[in-house]
Design a protein around this ligand. Structure first.
Ligand SMILES: [Zn+2]
Ligand SMILES: [Zn+2]
Length: 456
């Protein structure tokens, strides 16, 4: 439109500028682009003293709210002609997440601001009749009772409970199964698939206004490791005690895998820093002129992403050489931890195979004699080992699939997220060579590098 002579100075009959309209439309690239022209200020109001933040609160777009609150672009307590703040609008709509963002920025004092009719955001929220309004009313009542100079604190109680839930539920199911005796295995057979299904159908974020990542998946992985180790050390290990070589290897391997689990959970996946930003671009305008997709500008980190970089909303960072966000680690896999992740999965697969073979050996040595008891008796006394054996078996299958995907992407010199079908299929030995050099040296060989080395 600008190329065809559109005039950015024009305002509509309400006094709204192009920037106001870009906010109402929810387009952050347009907001950034208009801001770059230097003709607009985020503090600009229309004839009714309505700021961009008021407009964003009425659309409920949390990305736009975050953008406007960042770097003090818009004051969170600005009032319009009617004395209405953005929080009044959010509360009237029952928008808990928007209210949370505003309170985090401006503190609890904005809860006590009254509009021209003498109403606080809580009064407006109480007028709403939906479940959303009732939930937000409870939250606002709680915050109203706190000192006004505070900011609301994030509460992690529910987060840690969800993290522990799979381990606790697994233990409860196994204990009930043990108490049921001969019918315990049927109980496990019914309960564990239902439990697994209910975990896998969970959302990626917790169902609360804070929007914390859902830790139920990392809780499930931890529960699997915890219960497998418990079963191994309390049941299998004493049963195969003379087999010392197998035990030594197993214990050392489990310790190494646990160390890798900790490392992969805590290592930075490759957060994009300002110094690693794409040097070709410095503005949305330069992106548009170069005919590039505006999405190369990350609207959350406000940085120009180089190739192979992607923003993860759960980790809230741009990750270099992004592979995927692993829900079971609650962590991204990228440039800095990709090799560690693949080695960890290999270690996990080996640990699961050790568990399966030890459990099978344990059952074999215990029940292979001439006085073999009936199947019902084995099922009754060994339900724990059998259940863990089956679960470990399914986990190994899943890990094999995961490793296949990973090796395929690495052999192409890319990541699973940016993987494209290769036009020319390379011989198997060459692909395995690329995977091995990645695992040993940690360097990725891109298709472009490969082509140039062949040309040389
Ligand atoms: Zn980002
Ligand atoms: Zn992530």
């Amino acid at each position: 439109m600008l190329q065809h002579g559109a005039d950015l100075r024009i305002i509509d009959h309400q006094g709204k500028t192009a920037l106001h309209h870009s906010v109402a439309g929810g387009n952050i690239f347009a907001m950034q682009y208009l801001n770059e022209t230097g003709m607009f200020s985020f503090a600009d109001t229309d004839k009714f003293q309505i700021t961009p933040l008021h407009l964003a609160a009425s659309t409920g777009n949390t990305d736009v709210i975050r953008y406007l609150l960042r770097n003090n672009r818009c004051p969170a307590d600005a009032m319009d002609q009617q004395g209405v703040t953005a929080l009044h609008i959010a509360a009237e709509k029952g928008a808990a997440e928007v209210s949370w963002l505003l309170l985090q920025e401006a503190g609890l004092r904005i809860l006590h601001l009254k509009n021209r009719n003498g109403l606080t955001p809580l009064d407006l929220c109480r007028q709403g009749t939906t479940f959303r309004h009732q939930q937000l009313t409870q939250i606002l009542i709680k915050y109203m009772s706190l000192p006004a100079d505070q900011k609301p604190k994030e509460s992690y109680g529910m987060y840690y409970w969800t993290l522990m839930l799979p381990s606790v539920c697994g233990a409860v199911i196994l204990l009930i199964a043990a108490a049921l005796g001969g019918y315990g295995w049927i109980f496990c057979l019914l309960l564990f698939p239902w439990f697994g299904r209910s975990i896998l159908s969970q959302y990626h974020r917790m169902n609360s206004y804070q929007g914390l990542p859902n830790p139920v998946y990392v809780g499930t992985l931890s529960a699997g490791i915890f219960h497998s180790l418990l079963c191994f050390s309390l049941k299998i290990m004493p049963g195969i005690w003379p087999a010392t070589a197998l035990l030594h290897v197993s214990v050392v391997h489990f310790v190494v895998v646990l160390w890798m689990f900790w490392k992969v959970l805590t290592k930075d996946p490759g957060r994009l820093q300002q110094g690693d930003a794409d040097p070709r671009f410095s503005s949305i305008m330069s992106l548009v002129e170069a005919n590039q997709n505006p999405s190369k500008f990350c609207i959350y980190c406000e940085i120009f992403q180089p190739d192979g970089c992607k923003h993860c909303r759960l980790c809230n960072m741009c990750v270099l050489e992004y592979d995927h966000h692993c829900l079971f680690l609650n962590h991204c896999v990228g440039r800095n931890n990709h090799r560690l992740f693949v080695v960890f999965i290999l270690g996990m697969a080996a640990a699961h195979l050790i568990f399966i073979s030890s459990a099978a050996y344990y059952l074999f040595t215990k029940y292979s004699g001439p006085s073999r008891p009936a199947w019902a008796a084995i099922l009754e006394s060994e339900a724990w080992v059998l259940v863990m054996l089956i679960m470990n078996f399914f986990t190994v299958i899943w890990e094999c699939w995961l490793l296949t995907e990973q090796f395929e992407a690495i052999s192409m010199g890319t990541t699973t997220y940016f993987k494209r079908c290769e036009s020319v299929r390379r011989p198997l030995w060459q692909r395995w060579g690329t995977v091995l050099s990645f695992l040993l040296e940690g360097k990725r060989t891109t298709s472009r590098q490969r082509r140039s080395s062949i040309a040389i």
